[in-house]
Every structure is written in C-alpha cells, then in structure tokens.
Design a protein around this ligand. Structure first.
Ligand SMILES: Nc1ncnc2c1ncn2[C@@H]1O[C@H](COP(=O)(O)OP(=O)(O)OP(=O)(O)O)[C@@H](O)[C@H]1O
Ligand SMILES: [Zn+2]
Length: 644
C-alpha cells in the first residue's frame, strides 16, 4: 500500500524563500544537493517521527517512509506526529500527512508495509541516495544492512534504549557493516542464582514468575522452583539421617495459601539456610513462619512515607506483601481451577500482584531491597523506558550525518553514542566509523561453518532456527552444487510443492544431502545476499550436566560470524554501555527471561566535544514478550504501553 506523493514536487523560488535561513547556513550548493537527494526512512516510530520532522525542516523534500505498524495509544507520548484520533491508522501515512504540514510542497511517499517484503528488494533501494533506519528490531536492521550493501546505498543506522542512544553510517567497502561486529545476545542468569542464591531484586522477581508458572501454569523443568510436598530440610535417604519439616503438613491442612507460603518461605528456606558452606561469606536467608508474622507489627513504614507518591510506586511493607500474597494465591487458584493453566502476563493485575508480593517476601528473607509494584512490573515485563529526548537527540544527529553523506563527505560522518551519565562532562561519545571487519561473513568473506549433529537436526530447524533466526535470512534458498534443495516463500510454489517442502523440513540433514563436510550455498534474493556454509557434524556439545546448567541445551554452533577486529574495547566502565545495547535491548529479549547487559565502553579514536540536552519527561515502553516468540524473524509485532 502506498500513500500519495505530493504532485507539487517543489517550486524552487518558494523553497528558497522558505529555507532562506538554511541556505545561509549550509550554502546554496549544499542546500540544492539536499533538495535533490532522494531518501528512504525505515520506521516511523520514536526515532522515525523525530527524524522525519528534522529532515523536512532541514530542506529534504524527496522522502519515502516505510512502516508496517498502526498507531497505538501508547505511542502518543513520544511519537509526536500522531494524535489520539489517529489511533489504529497507518504510522507511515499519518507521519507523511503530519510532516507535509511543515512543507506542503515536499514529495513524500508513504508505504504501509514490511521492509522485508518482496516489493522492497535491492532494485527498490537503488533509487535512493541514502537510507535511514529508525527501526526497533535486529532482524529488520540486518535485512536493511544487507540490502543496502547489495544496492550500494549508504545507510544511517540508529537505535535508542532508555537513556542510551547510538548511530553510525554504513557504506559498502568504506565502513563496517551492521553485522561486522555481532551483537551480543543478552545474558540469562544462572539457575542456581534464581533457585538458591539470589542477590538482587531481579533474581527474586524471576523466581516469583517461575513460582507462578509452577503453581498455575504448565509445570515443566523451566519452572521447577520447588517440589510442593517435599518436606525434607536436611539429610539424605541413603544415610538415613533425614530431618523433616513436619509443620508443612499442618499448614497444608489449614489451606492452600498457608501451604504454599510455608513451603516456599519456610521449608525451602530452612533447607537452604542449613547448607552452611553456602553462607560462609554472607548472611543466610531467614525462614519466616506465618504465625510469627501475624504477631508482629509491620514496622516497614515505607508505605506510609510519601503520600504524594503514586499508589504503584509505594513499596509495600512485609506484612502487606504477605497479605497480598495469600490473597492473590487464593484468587489465582480459583481461576486456575476454572480456566486451566494460566500464563503470566504483566498486565494481569492479579498475576502481577502475585509476583510483586512473592518476590518481595523472598527479597526480605534474603536481605535484598524490596521493590514497588511499578518497579517490579517494569523489571518483570522486560520493560525498557522509551525516552522522547533520547530519540530527539539521536534524530538530530542522524540528520547531521545525512547531510555529510549528501555532501559527499563520508569522512566527516561519525559513530556517536549518547550515554547515560556524563563522561568528562560529555554526554556524547563521538568516534571515527570503524573500517569493515575483514572477517565479516556479510560484507566481506561470505563464508561460515555450522557445527551440529547432522543425524538429529532437521531441515526445518536449520531453516527456521539457524538461517532465519540466527543468521537473519528472510527467504533462504539452499543449493548444493547445482541442485536446489530448498526454496522459501510460498509465492512461486504450488500447494503440492509447499506440502512437499513441509515434509522435507521433518527430515534430518544427513538424510537429505546435508551431511558432514557438505558446502551449502544459501542465497536470499530479497537481500541479494549469498553465503557458503560448511556443515560440520558433531555428536554433541558438552556433557548433559553442562547443558542443564545453561538452561537451554546447545545444539549448534556457528563459526565465522563473531570475530576479532572489533572496533570497541570491552573494558567495563560504569555508565557506558556497549554498542550492542541500544540496538538490541529493545529487540532480542523476547524469548529471554531477563536481560543483564554487559557494560562495555566504546573507545572513540577521536573525540570531539558536543553538547546535548539532558533527559526529561521519562516515559516507559513495554515490550510485549510472548514466550517463545520469535522476534528475530521480525514477524511478531511489538506493542508499547505507557505506565503512568
Ligand atoms: N520490518 C519492518 N518494516 C517496517 N517497519 C518496521 C519493521 N520493523 C519495525 N518497524 C517499525 O519501526 C518502528 C520503530 O519505532 P519504535 O518507536 O518502536 O522504536 P524507535 O523508533 O527505535 O524508538 P523508541 O524505541 O524510543 O520508541 C515502529 O514503528 C515499527 O513498526
Ligand atoms: Zn560486515
């Protein structure tokens, strides 16, 4: 779907009058280059709105906008081109209408569509002098990176996450590409930290979500926080020296709430506290009997302090947490019995209250700071604040790089990082754009190795989990020698062929010509990208024990995507975050429980002074994370919400 372009094109004398101040600043020559330039903006969200406004006000008049989304209430706090009555309408089209008001004679085309779809292939990209990404997910960014490399069109890449922002320029052959330095996957916490040795509120929050799954969801290994009936607190069956918590049965008789409370906050904690070697260096957890709590006064007065605070920003006292825990437990149990397994949802108030109270009780027991409902919601829901000012700063800097590119001064373009705390009184770190990584499989050598068990891994897993999800192919086509083994996309295939392909996806690789040492050619015509993949058979990765610890069993390894020549050092420095952060924080966390970004610092080769405004008007953005959802293919739409 394409929005109308404006037929006026651009009457020169009018334009010159409107932009007299710009002509004065930039010079007529550069101004004319800007007016001639044809640019593509991908994404009309937080960054996109700022960027489009800046582009128009900077004299750009030939612009195409692509966005696949419609306007949501929660966008309105920062995507200022949109108003309430636009909710449900196409972002790209409304953005076009809004910025046309700044310059009615601009020539703007709006596409409501997915940048990864067939209509926007390399041929489409070739018409532009410059592409600007204002996206929110890695898979679309990697896709645009590849298409821009193929079409040899410069790309300004950018991202924001909370107070952090970054941007850079990608130009085939001259700079590193988006995939020259692989974006690091966010880390997950070790299971033992969650189950036995928490030291931060987030550990208790994750535990509480697991407990929710254990009690009201489908019990599986991932939520095995406790065995409800097990009352052993010390000793082993073999040695016949078992000590039991006999109170558990008594509490069970009293009711469901008492039973669960006693089990997870007394029996289990008692057992942990008895493991002396664990508590040599720190205070052991304190089991808490319900009966004792009933007696004591709630001396945590935090909830009474600041009456001006919003309700959800108060930190509940211990007794209040216990009360809410027992209450929600009873309510959730009723729901569970009526509706069957529940899945945790941060927008389900009852489920949220359960996690808030359970995590706070656990925090209390382990001597960890307790949190408000507001905080727990953002931590448990993987919510990353979307801050209007961050987008505004990045949106402005993008245009500065864009003007350099249009003026043929690629050498003046910089990689820029907006950081959270001033470093040497600066909020912006500016560095030369790194050269291409000679080992990059995308822009340089087009060769990688994949290690896996060819006798157990199926064709479908190779296609969907490895090629699409990890290597960001949109429509991979596989050939060995001259033989076509697999074709993606349904458009050119008959129903029969699609059915045959589905059956093929169930075959293991070795039974379908993809055994050890085979070189596969994988091509994506949408991205105009081709890579050779050497298949290496391995029986297994690590021992079963090791795999258990990692939570997710490792079943393949990609060699040749992550390589040295990284432009940024990785010395942890407080308050400065990795290059990857602003790009992936809002993307790849979908199928992760928690994120724990590794702080690293970019090391600018040259640093120039730039000033910026500080952030205000903090708003929050929530990332709806459906378990097991697959951002990396970009197919899942993320929704955002404002929490007041
Ligand atoms: N494959 C895609 N094709 C077209 N548009 C896309 C695609 N993937 C994401 N987008 C769009 O990119 C936009 C990203 O904007 P969004 O506001 O989510 O993030 P942002 O611009 O990075 O800023 P912030 O995270 O601060 O809000 C969204 O409007 C989204 O619809
Ligand atoms: Zn590269």
């Amino acid at each position: 779907m394409t929005g109308n372009s404006n037929s006026n094109g651009g009457d020169n004398s009018n334009q010159n009058e409107r932009f007299s101040h710009l002509i004065e600043t930039l010079g007529l020559n550069l101004f004319q280059k800007i007016q001639k330039a044809k640019i593509l903006v991908v994404g009309a969200g937080g960054i996109g709105c700022e960027l489009l406004k800046n582009l128009i006000l900077s004299g750009f008049i030939n612009i195409e906008i692509i966005d696949l989304d419609t306007i949501d209430l929660s966008n309105l706090n920062r995507q200022f081109l949109f108003r309430k009555h636009h909710i449900g309408m196409s972002k790209s089209k409304i953005a076009r209408e809004a910025v046309l008001k700044y310059n009615p004679s601009a020539n703007i085309v709006a596409h409501h569509g997915d940048i990864k779809s067939q209509e926007f292939g390399p041929q489409y990209f070739k018409q532009f002098d410059l592409v600007m990404n204002a996206l929110d997910n890695l898979s679309a960014r990697r896709h645009v990176n590849r298409v821009c490399l193929s079409a040899d069109v410069p790309l300004v890449e950018s991202g924001t996450a909370g107070y952090l922002g970054q941007l850079t320029v990608i130009k085939k052959g001259d700079t590193e590409c988006f995939e020259c330095v692989p974006t690091e996957a966010p880390k997950q916490f070790a299971v033992c930290t969650i189950r036995s040795n928490p030291s931060a509120p987030i550990h208790c929050i994750v535990w509480a979500k697991m407990l929710f799954g254990r009690l009201f969801g489908v019990a599986d290994d991932s939520n095995a926080v406790t065995d409800m009936d097990d009352n052993i607190v010390e000793g082993t069956e073999e040695q016949n020296n078992i000590v039991r918590d006999l109170q558990l049965a008594v509490e069970k008789d009293k009711g469901y709430g008492q039973w669960v409370y006693h089990k997870v906050f007394y029996t289990d904690i008692d057992r942990l506290a008895r493991m002396k070697e664990m508590w040599k260096e720190k205070k052991p957890p304190q089991p808490r009997l319900l009966a004792d709590i009933d007696q004591e006064l709630d001396n945590n007065t935090a909830e009474h302090i600041n009456t001006a605070q919003l309700k959800d920003q108060k930190v509940w006292g211990f007794k209040e947490n216990v009360r809410v825990f027992l209450e929600t437990l009873a309510q959730l149990k009723q729901r569970f019995e009526k509706d069957g397994a529940l899945s945790w949802d941060k927008d389900d108030d009852m489920a949220l209250n359960f996690v808030v109270s359970a995590s706070n009780i656990r925090s209390h027991i382990f001597g960890i700071t307790t949190k408000s409902k507001f905080d727990v919601k953002s931590m448990a829901g993987n919510i990353i604040p979307a801050i209007a000012t961050t987008n505004a700063v990045i949106g402005g800097l993008i245009v500065m790089n864009a003007i350099n590119i249009i003026d043929g001064r690629l050498k003046d373009c910089k990689s820029i990082f907006l950081i959270e705390q001033p470093s040497n009184k600066r909020m912006l770190l500016v560095s030369e754009i790194p050269k291409p990584n000679t080992a990059c499989y995308v822009c340089q050598k087009n060769f990688i190795t994949i290690k896996l068990n060819t006798n157990t891994v199926k064709v479908g897993q190779l296609i969907h989990d490895i090629l699409k999800k990890h290597l960001a192919f949109s429509l991979p086509m596989l050939t060995v020698g001259n033989d076509l083994l697999y074709e993606s996309g349904d458009e050119d295939l008959s129903k029969e062929e699609i059915r045959a392909r589905d059956a093929l996806e169930q075959k293991v690789l070795s039974s379908y010509r993809m055994g050890d040492n085979v070189i596969l050619a994988v091509e994506d015509y949408l991205q105009d990208f081709k890579v050779s993949i050497l298949i290496n058979h391995v029986e297994s990765f690590g021992t079963e024990e090791e795999n258990k610890k990692k939570e997710h069993e490792k079943w393949f390894e990609i060699v040749g995507t992550a390589t040295a020549a990284a432009p940024f050092q990785t010395q942890p420095i407080q308050s400065i975050t990795t290059t990857a952060t602003a790009y992936n924080a809002v993307t790849d966390i979908d199928d992760l429980e928690i994120i724990e970004p590794t702080p690293t610092t970019p090391t600018p080769t040259t640093t120039t002074t730039t000033t910026t405004t500080t952030t205000s008007g903090k708003k929050r953005k929530e990332i709806e994370s459906a378990p097991g959802s697959e951002d990396s293919d970009g197919s899942k739409k993320q929704k955002y919400e404002t929490i007041e």
